[in-house]
Design a protein around this ligand. Sequence first.
Ligand code: CA
Length: 229
Amino acid sequence: MKILIVEDEKGIRDLLVKRLKKHYSVDACEDGESALDYIRVYIYDAIVLDIMLPKIDGIQVLKHIRNAGNDVPVIMLTAKGEIEDRVAGLDAGADDYLIKPFAFDELLARLRVMTRRKASAKQTTLSAGDLILDTVSKTVTRAGNPINLTAKEYMLLEYMMLHPNITLTRNQLEQQAWNSRFEGGSNIIDVYIRYLRKKIDTGYDVKRIKTVYGMGYRLEVQENEKEIN
Ligand code: CA
């Protein structure tokens, strides 16, 4: 689980980082602009977002996140008495909020609830046009034809199908899809992508896996195919 903390008060930020690191992998930054940079590069399981922030405030950051179609759970931190802020936060798509000062255990409990809720709401079937992946039976079909994947190939494909039309770096694929440490410079992801392509794209007109040169890979789903679900 990976968490982003966005908080400009150094004391609170450092404390949150120190304590959350015992439970999660944690990134932290102090203003809204950096937050958006982090969110563009990494995929988080939850974001702790202060409202009053330099450069771009928390509400605007949240609006950017939701407008980009990102449904990552967000808990907002608000100062006591800022009722308008709390309402604006929830309106902008926050999942929860905490009023400062708060007990750390309270934040931890809320994070647990939010990430659990997200996990249970996960679809059991993922589809990209005629490519269907069942996350319960761990089976994959294309145009109704069963496709045999190894465990690693399956994990890679499931991760890509959970993040359609997003360019994923080799680093992300290795760390997030496999939960393994990225061996900088290794081409293992390229090798597995080649295997996957052979199994899911060879012989079909529409190629699902695109190479984004110098960046990584993307699983493509057209707008009109999303409605089949
Ligand atoms: Ca603040």
